[in-house]
Design a protein around this ligand. Structure first.
Ligand code: PLP
Length: 476
C-alpha cells in the first residue's frame, strides 16, 4: 500500500476530467433547474434508506460517486436557484459567483491573518469599500465579511455589551428589538449572555414597524428599575412582512440615551443600491453597525454577509486574544479581521463579491433588484383587484403577504383554508411559498428575488395559486 494512493485518490488527469464533468453538470443544472419541483418532494428518511450505514473501507471510483450524486442528491434538494422560488428570502447565486466559489475551493486558503492570504485580506477590504459606496453607507465606516447576519448581529451584541460594561454587570443589561425582529436577534442576545427576561420585544405599529414611542418608554422603565439599556437592533425589512423600522427616530433615541444601535438589513440592504430606496437610510448616522447579506438578494452564493461598523473598537476589545502563534507582522495599512468575528478561521468570501460586482456591474445589480420590486408591485395590484384574495401587507420592496379569503367562508376558517392552500401549492412543486403571521392571522408570503426569476414566472405563479385555490374550494 502506498500512502499517496490512499490519501490522494484522484491523480491530476482524473481530477481534470471530473472537474470538466462537474462544470458541465452545473451548467446543465442552471439550464434545467426549472424542470425540478421547487420544494423537494422527498419523504423523511428517503435518502437515509438509500445510503450504506457504514463508510467504505476501500476507495471508490469518482465515476460511481458522481453517478450516485446525480441519482440521489438533486431529487432530495429544495431548489433555491429555481426561478419560481418565492419562499423565505432568496439565498441566491449566479454564474460569476459559482465560478469564484470553484476557484476558492481550489485554493482552499484559510484567511485568518493577512499573512495567511494577503490577497484575500486586501480584496475583502476593497470589496467592503465598494459595497459601502454602493449602498450609500457613511464613508468612514469599516466593513468585514461575516458568515451570516446572525453572526454579525451577535457581534453587535458583544460590542454593545462591551460598551456598557464598566457601567454595570451583565445581568443588569437590557436589550431591545421589535416584536417582528428575526429570531437571530433573540438567539444572539442569549449567546451574548443578556438575561432572558431583559430582552425587550418592543411593540409595532399597523405596518409592523417598531414604535419609537414604545421603545423610549421601555428604556425609561428599565432605567427606573435600575437596569442599563445596552443596545437596540432595528430591522430594515423584517422577515415576516418586510417592515421598515424608522431609523431616524430610533437613532435619535439611541443617540440621546447613549445606547448601541445595530441595523439588521439582511434582506433589504441590497435595495439600498437604488437611489429611490436611499431614504430608508435616514438616521443611519446614529447607528453603530449595519449588516446586509449579499447572499440573499445580491446574487452571491451563501455564505456572505456584509457587516459595517462605525467604530470597531468595542468589538475588537470584546474579541481580541493575542497568543504568540498569531503575533505576525502587523502593518498600519492592514486590518486583521480575526478580531472582528467569532471564529479564528476565515473563508475567502471576497472573491465571489469581486466576480459578481464586476460581472453584473452596479447598473446590472440595480436593474435586477428594480425589476423584482416592480413585479411585486404588479402582483400586489392584481391581488388587490381580485375578489377572493386579500392583500394583507406590502409590497415592501419585493415582498408581499396575502391570503385566500373567498366571500362564502367564515373568517375563522380562513387560517385552516390557507394552510391547506399552501400545502397544496408546495406539494404541486411548480412554485414554493412559505407562511407568516400578521396580527395573529396566517398569511402567505410571496418574496421575489431569485436570480433567474422573470416576470412570466411571477404571472404563472399567480395562475397556479388561483387554480389551486379554486380546486380546493370545490373539493371541500
Ligand atoms: N435578519 C433578517 C431580517 C432575516 O430575514 C434573516 C434571514 O432570513 C436573518 C437576519 C438571518 O440571516 P442569516 O441566515 O444570514 O443569519
Amino acid at each position: 500500500m502506498t500512502g499517496s494512493k490512499m490519501t490522494d485518490s484522484l491523480d491530476p488527469g482524473a481530477f481534470r476530467r471530473h472537474a470538466h464533468e462537474v462544470a458541465d453538470w452545473i451548467a446543465d443544472y442552471f439550464e434545467k433547474v426549472e424542470g425540478f419541483p421547487v420544494r423537494s418532494q422527498a419523504q423523511p428518511g428517503e435518502l437515509l434508506a438509500a445510503l450504506p450505514s457504514s463508510p467504505p473501507e476501500q476507495p471508490e471510483p469518482m465515476k460511481r460517486i458522481l453517478a450516485d450524486f446525480r441519482q440521489l442528491i438533486p431529487p432530495g434538494m429544495t431548489h433555491w436557484q429555481h426561478p419560481s422560488f418565492f419562499a423565505f428570502f432568496p439565498a441566491n447565486s449566479s454564474p460569476p459567483s459559482v465560478l469564484a466559489e470553484m476557484l476558492t475551493a481550489g485554493m482552499a486558503a484559510q484567511c485568518m491573518l493577512w499573512e495567511t492570504s494577503p490577497a484575500a485580506n486586501e480584496l475583502e477590504a476593497r470589496m467592503m469599500e465598494w459595497l459601502r459606496e454602493l449602498l450609500g453607507l457613511p464613508h468612514d465606516w469599516k466593513g468585514v465579511i461575516q458568515d451570516s447576519a446572525s453572526g454579525a448581529t451577535l457581534c453587535a451584541m458583544l460590542a454593545a455589551r462591551e460598551r456598557a460594561r464598566g457601567k454595570t454587570v451583565v445581568d443588569r443589561l437590557a436589550f431591545y428589538t421589535s416584536a417582528e425582529a428575526n429570531s437571530s436577534v433573540q438567539k444572539g442576545a442569549r449567546i451574548a449572555g443578556f438575561p432572558l427576561d431583559c430582552i425587550r420585544r418592543v411593540a409595532t405599529d399597523q405596518r409592523q414597524a417598531m414604535r419609537p414611542g414604545a421603545l423610549a418608554k421601555a428604556i425609561e422603565a428599565d432605567r427606573a428599575a435600575g437596569l442599563t439599556p445596552a443596545g437596540v437592533v432595528a430591522t430594515l425589512g423584517t422577515t415576516g412582512t418586510g417592515a421598515m423600522d424608522p431609523l431616524a427616530e430610533i437613532g435619535a433615541i439611541c443617540q440621546r440615551e447613549n445606547i448601541y444601535l445595530h441595523v439588521d438589513a439582511a434582506w433589504a440592504g441590497s435595495a439600498l443600491m437604488l437611489p429611490e430606496c436611499q431614504h430608508l437610510l435616514n438616521g443611519i448616522e446614529h447607528a453603530d453597525s449595519f449588516v446586509f447579506n449579499p447572499h440573499k438578494w445580491m446574487f452571491t452564493n451563501f455564505d456572505c454577509s456584509a457587516h459595517f461598523l462605525k467604530n470597531p473598537e468595542s468589538l475588537q476589545r470584546s474579541l481580541s486574544i493575542n497568543p504568540v502563534y498569531l503575533q505576525n507582522t502587523r502593518d498600519e495599512q492592514i486590518t486583521e479581521y480575526r478580531d472582528f468575528g467569532i471564529s479564528l478561521g476565515r473563508r475567502f468570501r471576497a472573491l465571489k463579491l469581486w466576480f459578481v460586482i464586476r460581472s453584473f456591474g452596479a447598473e446590472g445589480l440595480r436593474e435586477k433588484i428594480r425589476e423584482h420590486i416592480a413585479w411585486a408591485k404588479e402582483l400586489a395590484q392584481t391581488i388587490q383587484n381580485s375578489e377572493d384574495f386579500e392583500l394583507v401587507t406590502g409590497p415592501n420592496l419585493a415582498l408581499i403577504t396575502w391570503r385566500y379569503a373567498p366571500k362564502n367562508r367564515a373568517p375563522k376558517t380562513l387560517d385552516d383554508l390557507n394552510k391547506r392552500l399552501l400545502k397544496a401549492i408546495n406539494d404541486d412543486g411548480r412554485l414554493y411559498l412559505t407562511p407568516g403571521a400578521v396580527n395573529g392571522r396566517l398569511v402567505i408570503r410571496f418574496s421575489i428575488g431569485q436570480t433567474r426569476t422573470e416576470a412570466r414566472h411571477v404571472r404563472q405563479a399567480w395562475r397556479i395559486i388561483q387554480e389551486t385555490a379554486s380546486s380546493l374550494q370545490h373539493s371541500s
